[in-house]
Design a protein around this ligand. Structure first.
Ligand SMILES: NC(=O)c1ccc[n+]([C@@H]2O[C@H](COP(=O)([O-])OP(=O)(O)OC[C@H]3O[C@@H](n4cnc5c(N)ncnc54)[C@H](O)[C@@H]3O)[C@@H](O)[C@H]2O)c1
Length: 439
C-alpha cells in the first residue's frame, strides 16, 4: 500500500518506519525542514532504540521517503495518517491547531479517494470536526473516510510496541475504510478492536488516565508505607500478583511526566468539565502527581535543612529512561525548586542534556559523567532510572561526595550495592531508609 504519514515525531516516525518494515511504501511529511533533512541522511532526530537502523534499511530499500511537500506525499496515497502533536492549552484542553492545519494541508492536496486516519490523541468529536474541515476545503470530486486509530506506543520502546502491540483500535463509521486500515496492519498479526469513532477517541484518554491514576495510587500507598513502616516493594508485589490488579504500573516514584500522561489526563478532565461531568478522581490523580514531583526536595529539606549553597547532583533529566524527551519531565520542576531554594544543581543524563539545556538554560550546570555531577555534592537525587545508574559503582561514588546522601526517586538501586558502601544514607520512596557508617 502507499501510505502518507503527517508528522515525523515520536509517533509519526515510529509508525512510518514500522509500516515500511512490513512492506508498505511510506512517505513521511513534516513541516520542519531540519527534521526532513536529517531523516533523508538516515539520521533520526529523536533518540529511540532500534529506530534509526530500521529507518536506514527501509530507506535504502526504497520503501521509505521523506518530504516537506504535502502535494508530493499525498499523490496516490491510499491511507493518510495524521500524527501531529496535540499539546496542552492553558485551560487543560488539547490544542488542535496542528491537526486543523494538517486537515487543511490534506484537503488542499487530496487528488484521489483515500482513508484519513487520525493517530494523534484527540478529544472525542475531533474526527467529526476534522472531517468537516477537509470536506469544506477539498476538491468536490474526491471522497474520503475517517478512521480513528489512537496510538499506544511508549517512548523508549516505540518500535517493539508498534511491531508487537497489545491491540489495534480501529474506530470507524465506514466498513470499507475500517477494512482498509486492518489490511494495512495485517502483517503485524495483532488483534483488532473495532469500535465507533467516538469510542476509539475515548479509549485512548481513558487508558492514559487509568494508568496515570494507577501511578498516583501506588505513590500514595508508598507515602503511607513510609510513615507506617511498611515496604511498598513488598506491598506492590503482593498486590500485583492478583490478576485483577496486575503488576504493571505499580512502581512508586516521583510522579508521571512526559508528553502524554500529564496532558491527556488534563484534556479528559477538560472534556468532562465541558460536559458537566465531575471526574473528581482525576483531579486527585493530578494533585497527587504535583505533590509527588516535589517529594525529593521536601525530603532533602527535612534531612539537610536550608538548601542554600548545598550542591545537589541530579542523575537523570529525561522523563523516563531510553528517551531524550524532556516534555513535562519531573526533573524540570525539581531543578527549578532547588535553584529557587539557593541550591547548586549539577545534572547528568546519558542522552537528554541538549534538550534539557533548551528548557533549563543556565539555571543549572550540566555534567558529562555521573562522577563529575556527584563530586563534593551534599546529596544525589536519582530522577530517571537509567540502567547506567543501577550499575553505578556506588561504593566509590559515595567517597567523592561531601555527604554520601542519596534520595532515590525511582527506587532503582539494588540493596546489595547500597550495603557494599562504607558510608551512605539512602532514602528510597515508601521503603525503609538504609544508613551505614554515618555518625
Ligand atoms: N509521544 C508518545 O509517546 C505518544 C504516544 C501515543 C500517542 N501520542 C500522541 O501522538 C501525537 C503525536 O505525538 P508526538 O510525541 O509524536 O509529537 P511530536 O511533537 O514529537 O511530533 C509532531 C510532528 O508533527 C509535525 N507537524 C506539525 N504540523 C504538521 C503538518 N501540518 N504537516 C506535517 N507535519 C506536521 C511537527 O513538525 C512534529 O515533527 C500526539 O497527539 C500525542 O499525544 C504520543
Amino acid at each position: 500500500m502507499k501510505i502518507a504519514v503527517l508528522g515525523t515525531g515520536y509517533v509519526g516516525l515510529s509508525t512510518g518506519v514500522c509500516l515500511s518494515e512490513i512492506g508498505h511504501n511510506v512517505i513521511c511529511i513534516d513541516t520542519d525542514e531540519q527534521k526532513i533533512k536529517s531523516l533523508r541522511q538516515g539520521i533520526s532526530p529523536i533518540y529511540e532504540p532500534g529506530l534509526e537502523n530500521l529507518l536506514i534499511q527501509n530507506a535504502a530499500a526504497g520503501r521509505l521517503l521523506f518530504t516537506t511537500s504535502h502535494r508530493e506525499a499525498l499523490n496516490g496515497a491510499e491511507i493518510i495518517i495524521i500524527a501531529v502533536g496535540t499539546p496542552q492549552m492553558e485551560d487543560g484542553g488539547a490544542n488542535l491547531s496542528y491537526i486543523v492545519q494538517a486537515a487543511k494541508d490534506i484537503a488542499a492536496n487530496l487528488v484521489q479517494s483515500s482513508v484519513v486516519v487520525i493517530k494523534s490523541t484527540v478529544p472525542v468529536g475531533t474526527n467529526d470536526f476534522i472531517k468537516s474541515i477537509i470536506e469544506e476545503h477539498c476538491n468536490e470530486s474526491v471522497s474520503f473516510n475517517m478512521v480513528s486509530n489512537p496510538e499506544f506506543l511508549r517512548q523508549g520502546s516505540a518500535v517493539m510496541d508498534t511491531m508487537q502491540a497489545d491491540r489495534i483500535i480501529i474506530g470507524s463509521e465506514n466498513d470499507e475504510a475500517a477494512k482498509k486500515v486492518q489490511e494495512m496492519y495485517r502483517p503485524l498479526n495483532v488483534p483488532f478492536i473495532l469500535t465507533s469513532i467516538r469510542s476509539a477517541e475515548m479509549i485512548k484518554y481513558a487508558s492514559n488516565a487509568f494508568l496515570a491514576t494507577k501511578i498516583s495510587f501506588i505513590n500514595e500507598v508508598a507515602n503511607l508505607c513510609g510513615v507506617v513502616g511498611a515496604d511498598v516493594k513488598d506491598v506492590a508485589k503482593g498486590m500485583g500478583k492478583d490478576k485483577r490488579i496486575g503488576e504493571a504500573f505499580l512502581q512508586p516514584g516521583i510522579g508521571y511526566g512526559g508528553s502524554c500522561f500529564p496532558k491527556d489526563v488534563k484534556a479528559l478532565l477538560h472534556t468532562a468539565n465541558l460536559n458537566g461531568v465531575h471526574f473528581s478522581l482525576l483531579k486527585e490523580t493530578v494533585a497527587i502527581n504535583d505533590f509527588q514531583q516535589e517529594l525529593l526536595v521536601t525530603k532533602a529539606i527535612n534531612r539537610l535543612g536550608d538548601l542554600k549553597g548545598k550542591k545537589v547532583a541530579m542523575l537523570g533529566l529525561a522523563f523516563k529512561p531510553e528517551t531524550d524527551d524532556m516534555r513535562e519531565a519531573p526533573s524540570i520542576k525539581i531543578a527549578r525548586s532547588l535553584t529557587k531554594l539557593g541550591a547548586e544543581v549539577v545534572a547528568y543524563d546519558p542522552v537528554a542534556v541538549d534538550n534539557a539545556k533548551n528548557i533549563l538554560g543556565d539555571t543549572i550546570r550540566f555534567a558529562s559523567t555521573v562522577r563529575e555531577a556527584a563530586v563534593n555534592a551534599d546529596a544525589v537525587f536519582i530522577v530517571t532510572e537509567w540502567k547506567e545508574f543501577r550499575l553505578l559503582d556506588l561504593k566509590t561514588l559515595m567517597t567523592t561526595m561531601r555527604r554520601p546522601i542519596v534520595f532515590d526517586g525511582r527506587n532503582c538501586l539494588e540493596e546489595d550495592r547500597i550495603r557494599e558502601c562504607k558510608k551512605i544514607e539512602y532514602y528510597p520512596i515508601g521503603r525503609p531508609a538504609i544508613v551505614i557508617g554515618m555518625t
